[in-house]
Design a protein around this ligand. Structure first.
Ligand code: HEM
Length: 518
């Protein structure tokens, strides 16, 4: 007798092959996930002896079940808990009542109005980078990934701590980098020795976190003594009162939240801008169209909040970059109780992996999915976009808190860079795109930069009142306050054909070079 579908386990490779896949995941090569989808379909199970089931859900229907309709059954689970020794029980790791209370307290700092107040900061730190570039001569090489990380860390540092973090930037960045590298290894390992064991790497890990905590505690102590400029997120969080309970945050919680937003906030925005510049360096028509829009809207001046909405093609390009190279390539959950996904049983305690990289290429939802085609996100789109087929910021209650900030930062950085510079990849350079917590260019992003002719035409800033940066992603909901960000990208692509390209133009690739190469 043919078994009913829900009597069967989800399809997937046998135990030995599963082990091989699980081991390969540690390399971050996204090709393995594409391969599993191609071989086994929308729900795939890896079962390795001694490990919990690892089930991948690629179809928007099942993603909606996990992140929205049955989200109470799907907390983040043990793999994310490897991040707790670094980030503590901040928003990324907390669950239940603690998460709800914290989201209520932190979310107002990142609503549209609060985020728009960061625009001058974003502009001034990007300008500082460009002035460093301006000191170079002719065409010069940069690691754009390093540059973007510098800028987004400086923005986050100043937005969240005011001037207080500046002198500790190197200490905090290097300590965080080391601690996260250890947490990441543990996240992908099948067996982990307790961090309390005195292994050399564990001792270094604890030293690193002690250094981060000492800096944050010092800054908080200073604020409590009434010292320093308090027009920043940390100072506001110190005084934030939960409207439902009247509670404020204790020191540990405050430290955990600020570590969390500092860490996730700067890294994701930075890789988003890096990959956008990478894709634009290879898709010359799109870049020319974007440069034309930037020159037309900004002329030679720096962007204001209203300008971002006045550049619809920039929004479309960003969405297409996030579709092909999603900065957060995985979303993990773990069911509390047995459930079914796509008609197959999934066991309590398994790991469920949502993989935007694969869903963003699902042929049922995307035409010619490997092609870089910003026009997919035109308004109206040539083909309706299923909200959960595009989820660079997640979906459901745990949707990204900083979606608007990440978009705004990335768009302003990219617009200011392209306004002044033409970029191309160092010939033959392969950044090695790898997916861990974020999508990393493992070799950095070596690019050649050349100053463009300045655009002299002045243009009036677009009105601030109209500013919003809708994304067109699954972001039609947010946290417990219900203050969701907006939904759809706007505007026609405009007719454009800009001129001023750098260096000789190689033929335009027809698709994302990544799935072919990883
Ligand atoms: C383009 C940049 C960004 C991308 C692509 C991105 C992506 C994401 C994704 C996919 C999630 C959901 C993870 C999950 O459900 O497990 C998330 C959560 C989160 N993001 Fe972002 N993010 C970006 C920028 C930012 C920024 C700038 C901040 C902070 C200012 C931020 C703070 C957070 C926080 C706190 C969470 C956890 C929310 C919760 O669980 O309540 N993100 N982000």
């Amino acid at each position: 007798m043919t078994p009913k579908r829900d009597d069967r386990q989800p399809p997937g490779p046998g135990p030995l092959s599963s082990l091989r896949y699980l081991a390969n995941f540690r390399t971050g090569n996204m090709r393995h996930y594409e391969d599993l989808f191609a071989r086994h379909g929308d729900v795939v199970r890896l079962r390795a002896p001694g490990a919990e089931d690892f089930v991948m859900a690629f179809h928007p229907r099942d993603i909606g079940h996990v992140l929205r309709t049955n989200s109470r059954n799907y907390p983040k689970g043990a793999r994310y808990h490897q991040l707790v020794p670094v980030l503590g029980w901040g928003l990324v790791n907390s669950e239940g009542d603690l998460w709800r209370r914290q989201r209520r307290l932190v979310q107002p700092q990142f609503n549209h109005a609060s985020t728009l107040a960061f625009v001058p900061l974003i502009v001034s730190h990007t300008e500082a980078l460009l002035q460093r570039w301006d000191a170079e001569r002719g065409e010069f090489e940069r690691d754009i990934n390093d540059d973007m990380l510098d800028v987004t860390f400086a923005i986050a540092g100043e937005a969240f701590f005011g001037a207080a973090l500046e002198e500790h930037t190197d200490t905090v960045r290097s300590a965080f980098k080391y601690a996260l590298s250890i947490a990441l290894k543990r996240m992908y390992s099948l067996v982990n020795p307790p961090l309390s064991w005195p292994l050399p790497s564990h001792v270094r890990f604890r030293d690193a976190m002690d250094r981060v905590h000492a800096v944050i505690d010092d800054i908080i102590d200073g604020y409590q003594r009434g010292e320093g400029d308090t027009d920043n997120v940390l100072a506001r969080l110190m005084n934030a009162v939960d409207p439902e309970t009247g509670a404020t945050m204790d020191r540990t919680q405050l430290r955990d939240e600020i570590k969390t937003i500092l860490m996730v906030g700067h890294e994701t925005s930075s890789v988003t801008a890096t990959w956008a510049l990478y894709l634009l360096a290879q898709h010359h028509d799109a870049r020319a169209q974007l440069v034309e829009e930037i020159d037309r809207v900004l002329g030679g001046r720096t962007p204001t909040p209203g300008d971002i909405e006045a550049m619809p093609y920039l929004g479309m390009v960003f969405n297409e970059c996030l579709r092909l190279l999603p900065s957060v390539p995985f979303i993990l959950r773990s069911p509390l109780a047995d459930d079914t996904l796509g008609g197959y049983p999934v066991a309590a305690g398994s790991t469920i992996a949502i993989v935007p990289w694969v869903t963003h290429r699902h042929p049922e939802f995307w035409t010619d999915p490997e092609r870089f085609m910003p026009e997919r996100f035109a308004d109206p789109p040539p083909r309706p976009i299923d909200k959960l087929a595009f989820l660079p910021f997640g979906a459901g209650q745990r949707i990204c808190l900083g979606e608007f900030m990440g978009q705004l930062e990335g768009k302003i950085m990219v617009a200011m860079i392209l306004q002044r510079y033409a970029l191309r990849l160092v010939p033959g350079f392969d950044p090695r795109c790898r997916g861990f917590i974020s999508l990393q260019p493992l070799n950095g992003m070596r690019m050649l930069c050349r100053r463009r002719e300045p655009v002299r035409r002045a243009s009036a800033p677009a009105p601030v009142e109209s500013a919003s940066v809708p994304t067109g992603s699954a972001s039609d909901e947010a946290g417990p306050t219900g203050s969701a960000s907006a939904s759809d990208e706007a505007g026609p692509t405009g007719s454009a054909s800009a001129s001023d390209e750098a260096a000789p133009t190689p033929p335009q690739p027809t698709g994302c070079p990544y799935s072919a190469r990883t």
